[in-house]
Design a protein around this ligand. Structure first.
Ligand SMILES: [Fe+2]
Length: 316
């Protein structure tokens, strides 16, 4: 397990008072920001937790994953569990308090999506192949389920690698709270614009039988009932409508610039077999890849309506 870790303890993060994501509560924001920046990982190795078996975590492994998620909304586990086993992400999630899988219409019946290039071997492929995750193309920065209605917000996800691509397929990750800090420090009015209910609209998707998904308008940043920050975002320029005012446009341009800059809190990882990501719905992208035709890249993706529990520990 990585030993490169540092103060402050998680209790300090949990103890930040007030409502730091409210623009009117600047004192809380300043305090939260200071603690957050001090605790944030400096490099991708700080996110990594070695685990024996993701299906059966030890108490120390469990707590180490949750602690990283508390500091930076994400952790990367590394294991020798390289066999194809769709139960793995479900069992891993359940141990971490994640129960409510999102019922993606492209996921298999058990709610876990197999992210692989469409090969014609699955009944879902003809539909799935039309969607970019099921190709070998690059995917721009986004948070998961940005096109979902409010009731189906994705709060956490697990991405588990069974087979890596022959070349490419790296993910970049950025804690959405760090993007929030950059925006608020840049101009609080940008945050206000991105918290508006009509900031970002995903147009309706048309299927063969008419409207398959209605248009979804909503904020980029919102705060859930527990006080946690949620982000909806895509860097796509097609099939997305930003509110047509100057402040929203400036905020979006700033965010796009931030995500393509070499900022120290953007982490690149190439998942190897047995590795995976446990995270809240952080910003991420994927680079294009080239498959080994005999052993094509395969990732399992589980998306949850739950957040991870607020405190590490408790498993004893
Ligand atoms: Fe994604």
């Amino acid at each position: 397990m990585s030993t490169a870790w540092f103060a402050p303890p998680r209790d300090r993060i949990a103890a930040v008072p007030g409502r730091p994501f409210e623009l009117a509560d600047d004192a809380s924001y300043r305090h939260w920001r200071e603690v957050k920046l001090q605790a944030h990982p400096r490099c991708v190795e700080d996110l990594i937790v070695d685990v024996q078996d993701p299906r059966n975590l030890s108490a120390a492994e469990h707590d180490a994953i949750l602690e990283r998620c508390h500091r930076s909304n994400m952790a990367i586990y590394r294991s020798a569990a390289t066999l194809a086993d769709k139960e793995l992400p479900r069992r891993l999630g359940a141990q971490l308090g994640l129960q409510r899988l999102d019922a993606n219409w492209l996921a298999d019946e058990d709610g876990i999506s197999q992210i692989t290039v469409g090969t014609g071997t699955s009944e879902h492929v003809s539909q799935a192949a039309a969607y970019i995750p099921y190709t070998n193309s690059a995917i721009k920065w986004h948070t998961d389920g940005y096109y979902h209605p409010k009731a189906r917000r994705i709060h956490a996800m697990i991405l588990h690698c069974v087979r890596a691509a022959r070349e490419g397929g790296e993910n970049a990750l950025m804690d959405h709270e760090m993007a929030y800090i950059a925006l608020r420090d840049g101009n609080p009015a940008w945050v206000r614009a991105l918290m508006a209910d009509d900031a970002m609209t995903i147009p309706a998707r048309m299927g063969e039988a008419g409207v398959a998904r209605t248009a979804q308008s909503g904020p980029v940043f919102s705060v859930d009932a527990g006080g946690a920050l949620h982000m909806r975002y895509t860097a796509r320029t097609r099939s997305i409508e930003w509110k047509a005012d100057a402040c929203t446009r400036e905020a979006v341009a700033f965010l796009q610039e931030l995500l393509t800059s070499a900022v120290p809190y953007r982490f690149d990882v190439r998942l190897q077999p047995g590795m995976g990501i446990v995270a809240h719905n952080v910003l991420h992208d994927r680079r294009a890849f080239v498959d080994d035709p005999v052993r094509p890249r395969l990732l399992y993706r589980a998306r949850y309506l739950d957040r991870l529990p607020a405190q590490a520990g408790g498993r004893g």
